[in-house]
Design a protein around this ligand. Sequence first.
Ligand code: MN
Length: 709
Amino acid sequence: MLTLNKDTKKTLLYISIAFTFSVLMRLIWVYQFSGVEAFKFNNQFMINTNDGYYYAEGARDLLSGISQDNDLSPITSAGSLLTAFFAKILPFSFESVIFYLPVFLSSLVVIPIILIAKGLKNLEMGFIAALLASITWSYYNRTMAGYYDTDMLNIVLPMFLLWSIIWAINTNENKYLIITAIDILIYRWWYPQSYSLEFSFFGLILLYALIFDRKNMFNYKLLAIMMLAMMNIDGFIRLPLVLGAFYIFTQEKFDKYIYYILGASVLGFFVSGGFDPIWSKLELYVFKDAISVGKEGLNLHFFTVMQTIREAGQIPFETFANRISGHAATFIISIVGYAYLVYRHKIMIFALPMVGLGFLASVGGLRFTIYAVPILAFGIAFLITEISLKMPTNKMKVLSMVAFTLAILYPNYKHIDAYKVPTVFTNDEVKVLDVLKTKVDREDYVVSWWDYGYPIRYYADMKTLGDGGKHSGSVNFPLSYMLTSSQVEAAKMARLDVEYTEQKFKYLKENKEEIEDKNITIFSNIEDMTKDYGFNDTNDFLFSLQTEMTLPKKTRDIYFYLPFRMLNILPTVTLFSNMDLMTGTKGKQPFFFVSKNFKDSGSKIDLGRSIYIDKATSSIVIGQQKIPMKRFVKTTYNAQKKLDVNVQLINPTSDISVIYMANYNTFLVLDEKMYNSLYIQLMVLENYNKNLFEAVTLDPNVKVYKLKI
Ligand code: MN
C-alpha cells in the first residue's frame, strides 16, 4: 500500500481544504440567484461573460460534428476542445458544464501555490496564500461561476510553470525539465499570448545562470528545453522535439553537447519566428511613432472600438490595490512581504514577471491585475507566518495565523457577496433565439450590434457580421449604418454587406497564396461596394442607396435582431456610421435621450438631467431651451399583447419628438434622424415597411424581422 509521509499528507490536506474553500466561495453567487428564473435557460444558469459564448459555440459544434465554412466557430481553439471533452465525459448538461467549469478549473490555482511553498519548507504560507489568491477580487471577478473564458486557466498554468521552474532550479532533478517543457506546451496551447511570460521566465533563468551558477549544466538544459517548447511551430512538432531533448539530457554521455543543443534551440527559436510576437509588441509600445501603415485605395477613416472604451491608464490606486489584494492595506503590506520573501528566499525572484505583468494593468487595462494576485498573496502570507514564529506558545502561533488570515480574506469575501453581476442575456431574450433557430438555416445571417454576436451564434446557430472578436471600425460601419439609417437604406446595406462578406470569405480562401505572395491589400466591404458601383467617394455611394440600384444576388436570408436593451447603447452604435469616411470628420451627434427614471409633477414631467416635458405647451425643456414637440407618441401593449402606437402630431416644423413606451416605463426624446432610424421604427414602433421586412417575432424584449429583399 502507498504510504504517505507526514509532509505529503499535510500538503494534500491543505490543497483539498483550499480547493473546497475556493469552490464554495464561488457558489455564493449561485445561492444568491437561485430563485432568479430570468438568469436560467434549460434549467441551468446562463454564463455572464460575452466572450464565453465564443468557446461555447465551438464546443457545441465539436460535439455535434456540424460546422460550416466561414461561420467563425472556433472548433480548433483550446477552450472549445477542453469544454467539448468535459461535456462528453461528465454526466451534466452542456449548460452546466460551461457554467461551472470556471469554478473548478480556476480553483486549481491552489495546487501550484501550495507546492511552491512546500519547496520553501513553509506549507502554512502556501495554505494562507492559496486561500487568499483563490478568492481575491480580480481573480474572483474573472473566474467566478459563469465567467467561462480562458481566464479560468490563465493563472493556473503560469503558476504551474513557475512551480516547475522553481523546483527545477532548487533540485536540479531531470524530471522538472520535462515538466517545465510540457507546462509551456499546454500553456501556449491554451493561451497563445503566453509567450510574453514564458520569455520573461526564460530571461530571468538565463541571467541567474550566467551570474550565479555558470558552471551548472542543468541550467543550460533547462534553458534549451524551454526554448524548444517555445518555438513558433505546431505543438505536435514541438512535443517530439522536447521529448527527444529530454532523453538526451538524461544521458550523461551527451553532456558535452549541451552548448550546441542550446545554441541550436536558440537559433530554432529565432528562425521559427518565436521572437516575432515579442518584437512586434515592442515595436507597438516603444517605437509607436515609427510605424507607418501603407495605404492605397480610398484611404477610408473608420471609427474604432478603442475610441469608445474609457482610456486606460487612469486607474485609481485604490481600485488597482483592491483588485490585486482586496484592500489597499493588504496590497501595501503584500509588496513589503514579497520583497522580504525574495530577500529570505532568493528563488522567489522568479515570480517577478507575474508581478510585473500584473502591474502593467496600470497602463494595459484592469484585466492584467490577476497575474500579480498569487505572488502578492505569497508576500502577505509569508509575513503572517513570520509573525507567528515570534509568538511564545504554539496556541498563540496558530491563533495569530488564523486571525490575520481571516482579516485579509474578509474584504474579498465582502466583495464576492456584493458582486452581483447579471447573466449576458435574460431568459426572455434567449427564448426568442431558441425559437428562431428552428425557423432558419445555419447559413442565414443575423444583423445586430457586435456585442450580441457570440450569444446569437450560440443560441440561434446562425452567422453574424460582427462579434466580440470581429468589430473593427470597418466591420461596425455597415452595422451601425443599418441600425441607425432609414429602412430603405438599411435594407439595401444589409443585403450588400452580407453578400460582400460571403464573397470576401470565398475570395480569401480561393486566392490565399496569391494574396500572400503578391501582398494584395484587402479592402473593407464599404470600399469595395463604393468602387463596384462606380464611385470614388463613399458619400456618393451611400447617397445612391436612396435611389434605384441593382443589389447583389440573394444567396441566403437575413434577419434583424433588435433587443430592447440596445436602446441604452444606441448613441454609441450611432458613432460608427455618423462620420465622413473620406475625411474622418465626425457628424453632428443626433439628439437622443432615454429616461427610465422620471417624475410626473402635474404640469410637467421631469425626465432627469434637466430635461422636462412641459404639458401645457407640449414642448421639451432642455436646460434653458424650450423646444416645441414635433410628435408625442405613446406605445402600449393591449390585452392581446399587441403593440398599440398612438401618434399625436403637434408641431410639424419641429425636429424633436417624444416617445412614451408605457409598458417599459421609458421615455425617449429624440430628433428626426433617430426617430426614422431602423431601430426606433422596427423595435420601438413596429412601423416596418412591408415591402422590405417581415415580422418574425414581436416579443417585447426582442423583435426579429426578416429581410424581404
Ligand atoms: Mn455554425
